[in-house]
Ligand binder design. Structure first.
Ligand SMILES: [Zn+2]
Length: 369
């Protein structure tokens, strides 16, 4: 979640509207177009959330976007009011579903998250309840607008791995739980620890892809760590090379490398080249383009242009997935569709290539109904 423009959405405004929300249905839906043709878009990367589970690093990050003179109690309250508006799936006008509809998306992936240090916890059962909700229908009333990705509490693997895997299996039995989502960097645990191997075996059992956040987190800088040893350990939670053992050991499991190894902190730890190397070497590696194209990281679109240009020249567009990771910032989900399509135009993708990235690859990989 990248809620950096939180402050732009004024606290007073959120106070007012939270008391007078209409219970109206969702606004009209229109499919995006590319070079004059309508194009289906599936966003695999959306978050829901709850301010009460947010961890200390997440809170710190968001507090900094608020005026410093505000009392702490008021900051807490406004975070909660904001999260209730923009990080719930079905809140009219501002909820995640409305954002997705505004973007013209035909389907959206909701991710379970275990990140008690940073963004907090959204467990599998919470996502399943959102999937089962009667409002989980597409713009024309069709079944299943949201699909889900299940997660595990990676902190429990040292002593309760079997329990976690059992819970993962339980969740993946839901027909719309289409994959597994992991974010080692948010938990500061190394991806190369083989105690996590069972997760990939479950992925094979259920034939679902495993999504990893790859690259740094805007909530934790390398410079926060004092010793070289700590920094090295932290790198193992985000560097794609730390995952190569699993990619190699499980050739029949699909791995999605999220954010393509982008360094959100610009500290000289960009893993983009490493991510391309893995994708060229292993056919079970897929790359996802969320978050790094947001205006606060890439105002001129040069990172997105470079990514799409490289994916095309390396013949990887068939394993590239669209996601935004932009929920929580009003207007950012539609904006991400627009900036991606604009970048595709600049880079010169044809309509079929654009279609592959924006939806067809996700339809295939996540076996959409
Ligand atoms: Zn995310």
């Amino acid at each position: 979640m990248f809620l950096t423009r939180f402050a732009q959405f004024s606290i007073l405004f959120s106070m007012l509207i939270s008391f007078c929300l209409p219970s109206s249905s969702f606004a009209a839906w229109k499919s995006p177009t590319y070079k004059g043709e309508s194009i289906e878009v599936i966003d695999i990367h959306q978050h829901v959330g709850d301010a009460r589970t947010m961890g200390p690093l997440g809170k710190d990050f968001l507090y900094k976007t608020l005026p410093n003179w505000l009392p702490k109690g008021f900051k807490d309250w406004s975070l909660e009011a904001m999260a209730n508006l923009v990080l719930k799936p079905y809140t009219p006008m501002f909820g995640v579903k409305q954002e997705c509809l505004n973007a013209g998306l035909s389907m959206c992936g909701l991710m379970a998250v275990y990140a008690p240090l940073t963004w907090g916890t959204v467990d599998n059962a919470t996502i399943e309840a959102m999937l089962n909700d009667s409002r989980n229908r597409g713009p024309n009333g069709e079944l299943w607008y949201f699909f889900g990705m299940a997660s595990v509490n990676v902190h429990r693997f040292a002593d309760a791995a079997e329990e976690e895997l059992k819970e993962l299996r339980r969740s993946l039995k839901h027909r719309m739980m289409k994959g597994i989502k992991l974010a080692f960097v948010h938990n500061e645990l190394p991806m190369d620890d083989q105690i996590f191997d069972g997760i990939y075996s479950v992925a094979r059992e259920f034939n679902v892809p495993v999504y990893h956040h790859i690259g740094s987190s805007p909530l934790r800088k390398m410079s926060d760590f004092k010793s070289e040893e700590e920094r090295k350990k932290y790198l193992r939670s985000s560097a794609p090379s730390a995952l190569e053992w699993a990619i190699e050991r499980h050739p029949d499991v699909d791995f999605v490398l999220g954010h393509m190894g982008f360094d959100f902190n610009r500290e000289g730890f960009d893993f983009t080249d490493e991510v391309y190397r893995l994708a060229e070497k292993y056919p079970n590696v897929h790359l996802e383009i969320s978050a790094f194209g947001l205006a606060n990281y890439d105002p001129e679109g040069k990172f997105m242009d470079a990514a799409l240009r490289n994916l095309k020249s390396k013949n990887l567009l068939g394993r590239n997935l669209y996601g935004s990771d932009a929920s929580g910032q009003p207007g950012a989900v539609p904006q991400y569709v627009k900036l991606t399509l604009k970048s595709m135009e600049r880079v010169g993708l044809d309509a079929n290539e654009a279609r592959q990235v924006m939806s067809l690859n996700a339809r295939k990989l996540y076996k959409m109904p």
